[in-house]
Write a protein that binds this ligand. Structure first.
Ligand SMILES: [Ca+2]
Length: 96
């Protein structure tokens, strides 16, 4: 194999490796579940509409509120104040 052919082969192999790494990184970057992606899309759409402050009356069931709370980052992060006293129990004073 002459030197020019070796150079072309090395460049081609390098390009294949670089492309593979790029594709692999982009596939692994987003490890969110589909449920989390749907939630994030919902919040993003709300934000585009000027934002919306969810509270307990926005949910039909306690489980729906709990799922929302968890997806929003609860109990560590409670951006909508569903657990105002931070005891890990949401909407205590609300009857669903
Ligand atoms: Ca609470």
């Amino acid at each position: 194999m002459n030197n020019n052919l070796k150079s072309v082969a090395i460049i081609a192999i390098s390009a294949i490796i670089a492309t593979s790494i790029y594709v692999a990184r982009n596939q692994n970057n987003d490890i969110r579940t589909q449920e989390q992606k749907d939630f994030d899309s919902r919040i993003e759409a709300d934000r585009d509409d000027g934002g919306y402050d969810y509270d307990c009356s926005d949910f039909k069931t306690r489980q729906e509120a709990l799922d929302f709370f968890r997806l929003a980052g609860g109990p560590r992060n409670d951006p909508y104040g569903l657990d105002g006293d931070e005891d890990g129990v949401i909407c205590e004073n609300f009857s669903f």
